[in-house]
Design a protein around this ligand. Structure first.
Ligand code: SF4
Length: 706
């Protein structure tokens, strides 16, 4: 057997993987030396992929209300259920909740069926939980959901600002690249902005452990400082930007100088000044930001506060100089390319894009086109709770664990007359509440494309047969569409055919107003699709080469072609601490686990890094609550409770706890941290404020423990 070149299904770095079925035991996977994202390297999660495979724990057969059925029976049950609900309630009664784990082709077909043929606008994705504030920030400032930079910028940046990010654990291959760049040129600097002294602090020359939620004050203060100390690129602002005066006025009001910023952010003034000095003096500055910025009730504003500083200094889309949001999931970007968010239509068209509805409806020959944006993730499940959505199809995700206020999500699913779940695992908290379960192919069995955080489209190739009766998601959706009477529009025989259609739609009537354009790939043959090498979009019609960076010429895709600075008025977290709940809760990921552990939880060595739920706590708080390091304790508030072992650390600020997001009811009875988080969202992006909760602690008196 020869190796198959595919991609890692975990984080948004999107590393290339070489895999090979060899004998009864699978050979260890290895990094693909030809993939530009990782050049042969893999982190421990990626390197353990072969240990997560096998049929144990896999969903092998369709089931309808607990009864094993054939595929035709399952497809008919889904089609009947959706049709019956639509007859009663129209498209409003249908909901779809997708995942950044799906391949682009799966996403495309689901989006087309829901929005084009069922009139169902309530289709959203778990990417809402990780990236949507970054997306909204880019769209407001640059006119498009388009990351301007690329990974190579990490090699060129003289100042790297890690804001609300911990790449050492969450994007390890990029972190290694950051390290190598710094070692190659020790004069390069790294600033970490994060309330926690996370693992990436090891690389930082300066750590700004700011008070949670005060990022916009810090970045507004930087804009003020740049203006007051000749740090602006006035020529660039005049030629290429709009909104500068209003943005600066808002920055001055909230952050007039470094002293005030230091006070409001809980930082030393000298440290704030140091950051501002380095930013001002370093043209090649890359601001790398992630969930610590996005997962906030003002996440979009925080993104724009960062982008404001880059626009004001002309540092967008140039080698080593850009704002650069980094994605959590492997195909969050691919999902957005097809329109997999409730506020999107298809191929980077929004509902309010003039002519877009008619264009897409015509291209699809749509039978029943959704006419307006639908509910975003949190609101979608609220609509299920209210009984407005009565048939919900969840694909490749576990919202019962990942959404905030998950006890309420459980109630919503319990009330919903029809819950359909497509997944590759047999048990998850969400599957336990499904009426119809559909076995989907897992990583190693799926064939299609994904797009990573630098807009690079890569093939994910099947190298093992589907387990049991598992089928690709695109096939399942197409079969349901055919059973509902739309066979002609969903007559796909391969992911290549879907990809060609998607690429053609991206190029349709696109004279540059939409940056996402892969028309150059619309004519790929099946063999060319099979052989497709990683390529960064856009790939314009007539071309077969992508583009590394965007907007470096100062021309944006806003209506006037200018980059927009936004006036940002900083807002604190919605979840305030009170005397009853005096501790601020922060959540995040572990180095060796992925999301709800449905895969990484199968590899023993990945559980060795952190083997049980824990609560990171500062020694002062430990003493204040009369607890000891290693004690078991409840973290709780009015919404729910979490049981974990206390882990004392000076990495935490006093008054703040950190709890990982990974544990589920499958692994630990009382350790779903999302039960403690209120369903508060950013008003622009709809992204939940998953980094902020208000809680207290109580001892857990175990009679015995092992
Ligand atoms: Fe997979 Fe991300 Fe690790 Fe790369 S860095 S191997 S994509 S988990």
């Amino acid at each position: 057997m020869s190796e198959t070149a595919t991609t890692c299904p975990y984080c948004g770095v999107g590393c290339g993987v070489l895999a090979e079925p060899r004998g009864p035991d699978l050979a260890p996977v290895r990094g693909d030396p030809d993939h530009p994202a990782n050049e042969g390297r893999l982190c421990v999660k990626g390197a353990s992929l072969h240990e997560t495979l096998g049929h144990h724990g896999r969903l092998l057969q369709p089931r309808v209300r607990g009864r094993a059925v054939t595929w035709p029976e399952a497809i008919n049950a889904v089609a009947r259920g959706l049709a019956e609900t639509r007859d009663r309630l129209g498209g409003e009664g249908l909901g779809f909740y997708l995942s950044g784990q799906l391949l682009t082709e799966d996403y495309y077909v689901a989006n087309k069926l829901a929005k084009g043929f069922l009139g169902a606008r309530h289709l959203d994705t778990n990417s809402r939980l990780c990236m949507s504030s970054a997306v909204a920030g880019y769209k407001r400032a640059l006119g498009a959901d388009a990351v301007p930079g690329c990974y190579e910028d990490l090699d060129h940046a003289d100042l790297l600002v890690l804001s609300g990010a911990n790449p050492a654990w969450n994007h390890p291959i990029l972190y290694q690249r950051m390290k190598r760049a710094k070692q190659a040129q020790p004069g390069r600097r790294v600033v970490l902005i994060d309330p926690r002294r996370n693992a990436s602090a090891e690389l930082a020359d300066l750590h700004l452990a700011l008070a949670p939620g005060t990022d916009a004050i810090l970045w507004n203060g930087l804009l003020t400082d740049l203006a007051d100390r000749q740090g602006l690129d006035q020529g660039y602002i005049d030629a290429h930007c709009s909104g500068f005066a209003e943005a600066l006025a808002a920055a001055r009001t909230s952050a007039p100088d470094a002293a005030r910023v230091a006070r409001d952010c809980g930082l030393a003034e000298a440290d704030v000044r140091q950051f501002y000095d380095w930013f001002r003096a370093t043209p090649r500055t890359l601001s790398f930001y992630s969930q610590g910025i996005n997962q906030s009730s003002s996440g979009t504003d925080k993104c724009n506060a960062i982008i404001n500083c880059h626009l004001a200094t002309g540092r967008v889309g140039k080698p080593g100089a850009s704002p650069f949001s980094i994605t959590g999931q492997p195909n969050a970007m691919g999902g957005r390319e097809v329109g997999g968010l409730a506020n999107q239509l298809a191929a980077h068209r929004d509902y309010d894009t003039p002519g877009a509805l008619e264009e897409v409806a015509g291209f699809w020959q749509a039978a029943d086109m959704a006419q307006a944006p639908g509910h975003k993730a949190v609101d979608l499940f609220e609509a299920v709770h209210r009984g407005e959505i009565q048939a919900l199809w969840i694909m490749a995700t576990n919202p019962l664990v990942s959404l905030p206020d998950s006890n309420r999500v459980r109630q919503a699913l319990e009330r919903c007359p029809l819950v359909i779940v497509s997944d590759c695992v047999e048990d998850s908290d969400t599957l336990a509440l499904a009426d119809i379960v559909l076995p989907a192919c897992g990583w190693s069995e799926k064939d299609g494309t994904v797009t990573n955080s630098e807009r690079c489209i890569s093939r994910q190739r099947a190298w093992l047969p589907g387990a049991g009766e598992a089928r690709p998601d695109w096939w399942i959706i197409s079969q349901v569409a055919a059973a509902m009477g739309y066979r002609q529009a969903f007559d796909y025989t391969s992911p290549a055919a879907i990809f060609r259609e998607h690429a053609a739609l991206s190029a349709l009537n696109n004279q540059g107003q939409r940056v996402f354009n892969i028309g150059g790939l619309a004519g790929v043959t099946d063999q060319q699709y099979e052989d497709l090498k990683p390529i960064q979009w856009p790939v314009l019609p007539g071309a077969r080469i992508g583009r590394q960076r965007l907007f470096g010429d100062g021309r944006f895709v806003t209506p006037d072609g200018r980059g927009r600075l936004l006036p940002i008025t900083p807002r604190g977290p919605e979840q305030s601490c009170t005397p009853g709940y005096p501790l601020r809760l922060n959540t995040g990921r572990l180095r060796d686990q992925w999301h709800t552990m449905t895969r990484t939880g199968r590899a023993p060595r990945l559980l060795q890094h952190r083997s049980e739920p824990f609560v990171a706590i500062h020694p002062q708080d430990l003493a204040a609550f009369n607890l000891k390091d290693g004690d078991l304790a409840w973290v709780h508030n009015a919404l729910g409770r979490f049981l974990g072992r206390l882990k004392v650390t000076h990495e935490q600020r006093p008054g703040e706890l950190f709890v990982p997001i990974h544990w589920t009811d499958q692994f630990s009875r009382e350790a779903v941290v999302s039960r403690l988080l209120a369903a508060v969202t950013d008003p622009v992006s709809g992204q939940p404020e998953s980094k902020q909760g208000a809680v207290t602690l109580s001892p857990f008196k175990a009679r015995w423990q092992a």
